[in-house]
Design a protein around this ligand. Structure first.
Ligand code: ADP
Ligand code: MG
Length: 142
């Protein structure tokens, strides 16, 4: 378990980028934390670390965005709007979760039963006492 602290968006992006640079194929990363904590900022940094140059946007409405131009495929999920895990089955999530790319799942706790045991868990938290832009980022299972 590693704990990181960031004090602005750029630092969180840089942490994501470092994770992306060392990522190996076939892993699922779970990203949890309240709305607006920085899950998508981490995902964007991660994509850059994988060598993805196209603009990464939040997949809130599409559920998954696929990027093929990096070191390995990048499957960026946001399951915030999912009401039943069955919706992920319809999308064919297994092709992504158990494929040869990297899967990142924002709000993964909403589909906990579908997340592989060996997923890497990232939790982003605020602490208002330390300032509006402070984030504590805990990573488990690396
Ligand atoms: P989420 O995906 O968790 O809902 P986003 O990544 O879309 O959140 O947005 C995070 C917001 O918080 C951005 O507006 C960003 O500028 C702001 N922010 C402020 N401080 C930080 C920080 N230390 N790390 C990440 N984002 C931060
Ligand atoms: Mg997001």
């Amino acid at each position: 378990m590693t704990k990181h602290e960031t004090f602005n968006e750029a630092e969180t992006f840089a942490l994501g980028e470092t994770l992306g640079q060392v990522a190996v194929p076939g892993k699922v990363y779970c990203l949890n934390g309240d709305l607006g904590t920085g899950k998508t900022v981490i995902s964007k940094g991660f994509a850059k670390g994988l060598g993805i140059t196209s603009h990464v946007t939040s997949p809130t409405f599409t559920i998954v965005n696929v990027y093929e131009e990096g070191r390995m495929p990048f499957y960026h999920f946001d399951v915030y709007r999912i009401v039943d895990p069955y919706e992920l089955e319809e999308i064919g999530y297994e092709e992504y979760f158990y494929g040869n790319g990297i899967t990142m799942v924002e709000w993964s706790t909403l589909v906990e039963e579908l997340i592989p045991e060996d997923a890497i868990e990232i939790l982003v938290e605020k602490d208002i006492n330390k300032g509006l832009d402070y984030r504590s980022i805990t990573i488990e299972g690396e």
